[in-house]
Design a protein around this ligand. Structure first.
Ligand SMILES: Nc1ncnc2c1ncn2[C@@H]1O[C@H](COP(=O)(O)OP(=O)(O)OP(=O)(O)O)[C@@H](O)[C@H]1O
Ligand SMILES: [Mg+2]
Length: 256
């Protein structure tokens, strides 16, 4: 499906550069986790890839520069779930998640049975079926977060950018979400880039981790290579011990 290449991407705000010359590639169906301390530039990097903040350098999907795509085509190519979403508060959950299908609608702009199927299956998988007719303004924090992710997943874009998708989710709903994303990756070849502050989850789901600090790439590699107590001390000022789960993935335990 859609491989992604980021070349020498720099981005920032009002002349202040907060992401400096980041280059990376994610194969079609791959999952890259972006980690790093608060303010490192992770969200800015995702927004720049999505074309939502000014940047230099280039982003290519299947070798085509994203900048050359029309809006609709871009929306079918890249899905983005922001860390701090702005919600149109009057909508119901169903109508909001249906907005994810907008880039796929035909000339009459009516959703088809297939669009409704995608929406109802995503709602079910995100445990939102019982809330389908509720107004967004009445949802709890975690329910709202799940609605935002459901909309991005319903978009079925080839590349999915998820900024702290598990924020506010309990451990079971966090796993259900990451499992669903992983399924899309395996079954549809969706290419995933996510930021995740939970480093254990990041290491369990992402195939590779890119550690960003002060806008620069510190390291990129397999989770077991990227997550070392020494790196977490240097870049997060954190005291940790790295354990191993039965399947060999690192478990980051904070040490008091
Ligand atoms: N709209 C903006 N205008 C000005 N500066 C901004 C803006 N958004 C972010 N910044 C600054 O850019 C830097 C990087 O912010 P960014 O949101 O990318 O960090 P992050 O790595 O996602 O952090 P967090 O882990 O807290 O989500 C920070 O210093 C932040 O204050
Ligand atoms: Mg962020």
């Amino acid at each position: 499906m859609s491989g992604l290449e980021v070349r020498e991407l720099s981005a920032g705000y009002r002349g202040r550069t907060v992401v400096s010359a980041v280059s990376t590639t994610v194969d079609s169906g791959g999952w890259l986790g972006i980690i790093g301390p608060n303010g490192a530039g992770k969200s800015t990097l995702l927004k720049a890839i999505a074309g939502l903040v000014g940047h230099t350098g280039s982003v290519l999907v299947d070798g085509r520069p994203l900048g050359s795509l029309r809006r609709r085509e871009r929306a079918r190519t890249i899905g983005y779930a922001p860390q701090i979403p702005q919600l149109p508060i009057g909508l119901t959950v169903t109508d909001y998640v249906l907005l994810g299908r907008t880039p796929h609608l035909g000339p009459l702009a009516r959703e088809s049975a297939a669009d409704l199927d995608v929406v109802s299956s995503v709602l079910a998988r995100m445990d939102l079926t019982g809330l389908a007719d509720r107004s967004l303004s009445t949802l709890s924090g975690g329910e709202r977060q799940r609605a935002v992710l459901a909309r991005a997943l319903a978009q079925r874009a080839g590349v999915l950018l998820l900024d702290e998708p598990t924020t506010g989710l309990d451990i079971g709903h966090a796993q259900a979400l990451l499992d669903l994303v992983d399924e899309l990756r395996v079954e549809l070849g969706t290419t995933v880039i996510s930021t995740l502050h939970d480093l254990t989850l990041a290491g369990q789901y992402a195939e590779r981790l890119l550690l960003l600090d002060r806008g620069e790439v510190v390291t990129e590699g397999a989770p077991a290579e990227a997550l070392t107590p020494a790196r977490l001390a240097t870049h997060y000022a954190a005291r940790t011990s790295v354990l191993r789960s039965p399947d060999g993935t690192p478990v980051i335990a904070p040490i008091r």
